[in-house]
Design a protein around this ligand. Sequence first.
Ligand SMILES: Nc1ncnc2c1ncn2[C@@H]1O[C@H](COP(=O)(O)OP(=O)(O)OP(=O)(O)O)[C@@H](O)[C@H]1O
Ligand code: SF4
Ligand SMILES: [Mg+2]
Length: 342
Amino acid sequence: MGGVSEPILRAHDLTKVYSVRGTGQTLQAVAGVSLSLARGETLGVVGESGCGKSTLARLLVRLEEPTSGRIEMDGKDITHVRGSDLRTLHRRIQMVFQDPYASLNPRMTIGRALEEVIEVHRLRPSEQWSARARELLNLVGMSPAMARRYPHQLSGGQRQRVGIARALAVEPEVIVLDEPVSALDVSVRSGIMNLLAKLQDELGLAYVFISHDLAMVRHISDRVAVMYLGKIVETGPWEPVSDAPLHPYTLALQQAVPIADPDVEATRQVRTLVGEVPDPAAPPPGCPFHPRCPLAEEICREIPPLLALLSPDHRAACHVAARRVGKPEATIGNQASLEMSR
Ligand SMILES: Nc1ncnc2c1ncn2[C@@H]1O[C@H](COP(=O)(O)OP(=O)(O)OP(=O)(O)O)[C@@H](O)[C@H]1O
Ligand code: SF4
Ligand SMILES: [Mg+2]
């Protein structure tokens, strides 16, 4: 893990606007997200339900087109590629979904589900499909005999291994993993996490690993991005973000993680998140976190904080955090950049 090379994937100011059915309203599911991913590294993306994680995932792998912004792979603009160019792109970047059952055809054997990917992308001659499907099962720690089974004959963990094998079939460089273990029994999660780490080491894969659980992304990620209401509110190397967060929202996510030692757990003061994520169709003015933030001040209700560099390689969008590190201007910016961020 830990990449120093040029980013393989870069997103600049990505926005996705949806219309809310039957209301005439619109909502920004992703609101101006910029990020970069180096070869072989893992970027963890964390946030509560509805903050735009899956939308961001679908934009990055180009299953959906952004409303505005730009996505580059190896410096090449892929924001609007279509047709055969999109199919070529999907040999380099793949997605693993939260619910492996929904992404598998119930009437297709596992072997056929893998062969289908090899066929669609014309990766091997047809006489090699079956052997390659068995090889892929082996790669994800499953017996090649499983190729004859149907999805309903597998456990949740086995189905997610098949989902990973399908993504691996094209020999991608990047995999976007959208909550890959959230739907699984706690007992099988570590097996899948270990598999993902092993595959990354062996194949040099870069991951965008999405989760609502900071503890989950902490261990697998080189860097972490915390999302709130469609925006990144804090980002940097995993250690300062998860162990010494600057943003009150990240701190609340961190304090929601139970501590393994029951004595320590019993004595600590957990400041749990109060209230719900606001309706993204009617976001609050100023800082989107202000209605739930214990530190909110007047300025927070009026001026949206910019995502600013507050310590080396560590950014946060919080006026109070900026003041605490002696950079009160950093999140306010000048009037021109403020207007642009609205
Ligand atoms: N196709 C769509 N049409 C309209 N609104 C959508 C659509 N897809 C997502 N949304 C809305 O966009 C917002 C972000 O949804 P998204 O699924 O990206 O969040 P999420 O962080 O993945 O949530 P979860 O943790 O529950 O999976 C939500 O308010 C959601 O209702
Ligand atoms: S800007 Fe204000 S409301 Fe927003 S997170 Fe910081 S202190 Fe809280
Ligand atoms: Mg989601």
